[in-house]
Design a protein around this ligand. Structure first.
Ligand code: FE
Length: 196
C-alpha cells in the first residue's frame, strides 16, 4: 500500500472544508481532488478492498473529527446493488476499479417516485455527484455479475452515522443508518512507509 495518495487527499479535503461549507464551492474543488485520487490504483489497502459474498461493503477510510466529511470505499461483489436510497448531504463518487451503474430517482408532480433520466455508467477515473440540491435519490449497482467493483465516496458528513432513507418502488420509505463494515482504519500517517 502506498499511503501518500489517500493522506494527501484527506489533507486537501480538510483544507477545502475549512475554507468553505458552501456545497456550490466545495463540490467542484473536492471533485478535482477525488478525480486525482481515483486516477491511480496503488493506494487502497487490500483489507479494505474485500467483497462480501452477500452484501456490498462500506469501509470507512477516514472520518473528519468535526464530522465535516468522510471517505468510504464501496466494494461491490458480483451483481450486488443498493436499495433506492438518499444521502441528505453532498456526496462524490469516484470509480476506482470495475464499473458501476447509477439510476437516479425523483418525485414527479403527482408525488410518485420515478426514474429520472438514464442510467449513468461510471468507469475508473470518473466522478459523479449527488446532493439534496442536485438530486439525492438513486439506486447503484455493480455493472458486472462476474467481478468485483470498487468506488471511493466522499460525503459532507460522517455518512455512516447519518439517518437517511431507503425507498420502495411505491415511494414508501424506511429510515436507515448505514454504519461501516470495518472496525479499523488504514494508517496513512506513517510517512516512513511511503514509496519513493
Ligand atoms: Fe448512494
Amino acid at each position: 500500500m502506498n499511503a501518500a495518495p489517500l493522506r494527501e487527499f484527506i489533507q486537501a479535503v480538510s483544507h477545502e472544508v475549512s475554507a468553505s461549507s458552501d456545497e456550490a464551492v466545495l463540490l467542484p474543488r473536492v471533485r478535482e481532488h477525488l478525480a486525482r485520487l481515483v486516477a491511480r490504483d496503488d493506494w487502497l489497502p487490500d483489507e479494505l478492498a474485500q467483497p462480501d459474498a452477500q452484501f456490498y461493503r462500506q469501509y470507512l477510510l477516514y472520518a473528519d473529527p468535526l464530522d465535516r466529511f468522510s471517505v468510504v470505499s464501496f466494494v461491490w461483489g458480483p451483481g450486488q446493488k443498493t436499495p433506492i436510497h438518499d444521502h441528505t448531504v453532498w456526496g462524490l463518487i469516484g470509480m476506482l476499479r470495475g464499473q458501476e451503474w447509477a439510476q437516479p430517482y425523483a418525485w414527479d408532480a403527482s408525488g410518485q417516485l420515478v426514474k429520472q433520466g438514464e442510467v449513468t455508467v461510471l468507469s475508473p477515473g470518473q466522478v459523479e455527484a449527488v446532493s439534496p440540491t442536485l438530486g439525492d435519490i438513486h439506486l447503484v449497482s455493480n455493472a458486472f455479475d462476474d467481478a468485483t467493483s470498487i468506488s471511493i465516496h466522499v460525503y459532507g458528513a460522517n455518512i455512516g452515522a447519518v439517518q437517511r432513507w431507503v425507498y420502495q418502488a411505491d415511494g414508501s420509505r424506511k429510515p436507515f443508518v448505514s454504519g461501516y463494515s470495518n472496525a479499523w482504519l488504514p494508517n496513512v500517517w506513517d510517512r516512513s512507509k511511503d514509496k519513493a
